[in-house]
Write a protein that binds this ligand. Structure first.
Ligand SMILES: [Zn+2]
Length: 447
């Protein structure tokens, strides 16, 4: 397998391009007009750069001709380095499976493996749990990190495998790691779109979707929340953001949904590339998460740590419907982010020697911040689920709640908040109110 991959890459390099589809990355100056034009024509926008104000798309010669015909003065370039085939040191599905099994063999006490479902082609989708007493389901907050909804984004499993490596190898070596692992159930899905990645290595280095009927479905436009609601995906099977025939139609999507419903993570990061941005809900213009919540604030904190620009998808890129983070946020009350690693300077297939370590090292500040933020401003505890099922959260003195939080099936709750003064109302067969509670750090309230 490994050798064959090398042969393929060599032939791709000889022909000067790794693209099976004669498509090429084209770079334009970024402005609203070109952004909307690319989007309106359903072109495959691959990345954006807010530092250099550039936008890139994967286009066929025919598509580029269309653009030139309609926008006669438009300037563009072909960034040659972005056409490079991925270095064979980036991982394929078999290497991911070997990796998680090897980690589990080396650290059996603090890891547990789980197959969360199978892909269309029957590959097992692996998740690894990193926690003390990993075999038991302890009453600890869960955090999820996942990589590669999109097959060509080869840096993303480097980030997720680095998370796994770092946490396991530094347990009982670095105090902060020991604390995170002891106090949290950390889940990582290192590579989600396994079939698509296999196709990326063997057929088309720019492949993005899964492999449904050869045309594929964009798994990250297939989630049921807001599916096909705001022109944030395509109905055309040939488009890179084809949403599928129905909400949640793809086995990969279903696997993620079942898994998230089961572990109920407090935070999630879905790693993508590229654009150096941090995206939070919602995907459809002009929806914003309610004020008073932590989603935007923590998104800005992540942006600051990484020097990536934070915002909603519709603000930073374009409308997205059927994406995972909106589903996680609305249906599972997760605080979820998409982090698009790497810039237009590196593209989908950054030079491994130059960029792999640099990118994973930089991104540690992001995923570590969420583990720390579990101990920041929040209300957490455990109640009797027979007595209380929901918590309504109000800004102190207000009559309308800013959030209605559902207590977890085991009676635990983890409400991550902005600093402030709030009223809380626990409701069920009993009710209990707490007024004028100042939340400036982690507050425990169990009764
Ligand atoms: Zn992506």
């Amino acid at each position: 397998m490994f050798k064959w991959k090398g042969v393929l890459l060599a032939s791709a390099l000889i022909s000067g391009s790794a693209l099976a589809s004669n498509a090429m990355i084209v770079r334009f100056d970024l402005n609203d007009s070109i952004k909307e034009f690319l989007r309106a024509n359903e072109f495959d926008i691959t990345g954006i750069n807010y530092k250099t104000m550039e936008i890139e798309a994967l286009l066929s010669q025919e598509e580029l001709n269309t653009i030139q015909a309609q926008k006669t003065t438009i300037k563009f370039s072909f960034p040659q380095n972005l056409a490079a085939a991925p270095d064979s040191r980036y991982k394929n599905p078999e290497e991911i499976e070997d990796f998680v099994k090897d980690i589990h063999a080396r650290y059996p006490d603090i890891t547990e493996l789980k197959v969360i479902g199978k892909t269309l082609e029957g590959r097992e989708i692996h998740a690894i749990k990193i926690s003390d007493n990993a075999k038991s389901d302890e009453q600890e907050p869960a955090v999820l990190y996942n990589g590669m909804h999109h097959a060509r984004e080869v840096m993303t499993p480097e980030i997720t495998t680095d998370i796994i490596d770092y946490l396991t190898s530094n347990y009982n070596q670095k105090a902060e790691v020991t604390k995170w692992v002891n106090d949290t159930e950390i889940w990582v899905i290192p590579m989600f779109n396994l079939d698509g990645n296999n196709k990326m290595w063997n057929e088309d280095s720019m492949w993005r979707k899964n492999t449904r009927n050869n045309h594929g479905v964009d798994i990250n436009r297939n989630y049921p929340q807001g599916w096909n609601s705001c022109n944030g995906s395509s109905s055309d099977i040939g488009d890179s953001d084809y949403r599928g025939t129905a909400p949640g139609s793809e086995p990969e999507t279903q696997a993620m949904m079942n898994f998230v419903s089961e572990i109920k993570p407090v935070f999630n990061i879905s790693y993508h590339s590229y654009s150096e941005i941090v995206i939070y809900p919602y995907g459809c213009k002009p929806l914003q998460t309610p004020t008073g919540e932590a989603v935007t604030e923590i998104g800005a904190e992540l942006g600051k740590k990484l020097d990536y620009r934070p915002g909603t998808a519709w603000d930073l890129l374009y409308n997205v419907d059927g994406g995972d983070i909106d589903w996680m946020y609305v249906q599972q009350q997760v605080i979820p982010y998409v982090i698009e690693v790497n810039s237009t300077m590196q593209g989908f297939h950054p030079r491994y020697d130059k960029w792999r370590d640099k990118t994973v090292l930089l991104n540690r500040a992001g995923w570590m911040h969420l583990l720390d933020r579990l101990n920041g401003p929040s209300l957490q505890g455990r109640v009797n689920l027979n007595e209380y099922q929901t918590v309504k959260i109000y800004k102190a003195g207000d009559s309308l709640p800013i959030q209605e939080y559902k207590i977890n099936p085991d009676g635990t709750y983890y409400i991550i908040m902005k600093q402030g003064t709030y009223d809380f109302s626990f409701e069920g067969s009993l009710s209990k109110k707490f007024q004028n509670i100042t939340v400036s750090s982690k507050k425990n309230l169990s009764f």
